[in-house]
Ligand binder design. Structure first.
Ligand code: RB5
Length: 142
C-alpha cells in the first residue's frame, strides 16, 4: 500500500507548505499537494475538508495542514471522525502526537514557527511511530 503525504493550506500557510513540500520531495516521500496554489485569500475549512476527504479514501496515508496559526485548519480537520490532527509548535509535541495520539495529520502555523523549526517538526513527525499499548485504549475513546 502506497503511503502518501497529502498537503493542504490556506494563504496564511501557503509559503510554509511550499517549503515543506520541497523538503519532503528531497526526502523521497510521495506527496500530493491539494492547494492552495497562491497567496490569494481562501477559507481554511475548505482545505481541511479536501485533505480529510482524501485521507478517507487512503487511510494509510498521512497529511500536513497549514494556515497562519495552524489553529483554524486543525479545528476544522478534527471535525472529521477519522482525522487526528495535531497542531505542533515543538519537536517534542510532534514526537508525542505520534507516539501517544497516533496523529495522522500534522498542523503547522506558517506565521508562528520558523522555517527551520517547521522542518525539524516535520522530520520528527514522519519518523516516529505510534507506541500503541495503553495509548490505543485512549485513542479508541476519541
Ligand atoms: C487567515 O488570515 C488566518 O486567519 C488563517 O490562516 C488561520 O490563522 C486561522 O486559524
Amino acid at each position: 500500500m502506497l503511503k502518501k503525504i497529502f498537503l493542504a493550506s490556506d494563504h496564511g500557510g501557503y509559503a510554509l507548505k511550499e517549503l515543506v513540500k520541497v523538503f519532503l520531495i528531497r526526502k523521497k516521500h510521495t506527496i500530493e499537494d491539494l492547494g492552495c496554489f497562491s497567496l490569494d485569500a481562501v477559507d481554511y475549512p475548505d482545505y481541511a475538508k479536501l485533505l480529510s476527504e482524501n485521507l478517507k479514501t487512503e487511510p494509510y496515508s498521512q497529511g500536513i495542514l497549514f494556515c497562519g496559526t495552524g489553529i483554524g485548519i486543525s479545528m476544522a480537520a478534527n471535525r472529521y471522525s477519522h482525522i487526528r490532527a495535531a497542531l505542533c509548535t515543538s519537536v517534542e509535541m510532534a514526537s508525542k502526537s505520534r507516539k501517544h495520539n497516533n496523529a495522522n495529520v500534522l498542523a503547522l502555523g506558517g506565521r508562528i514557527i520558523t522555517d527551520s523549526l517547521a522542518i525539524d517538526i516535520v522530520h520528527e513527525f514522519f519518523k516516529t511511530n505510534f507506541e500503541a499499548g495503553r495509548h490505543s485504549l485512549r485513542v479508541n475513546k476519541i
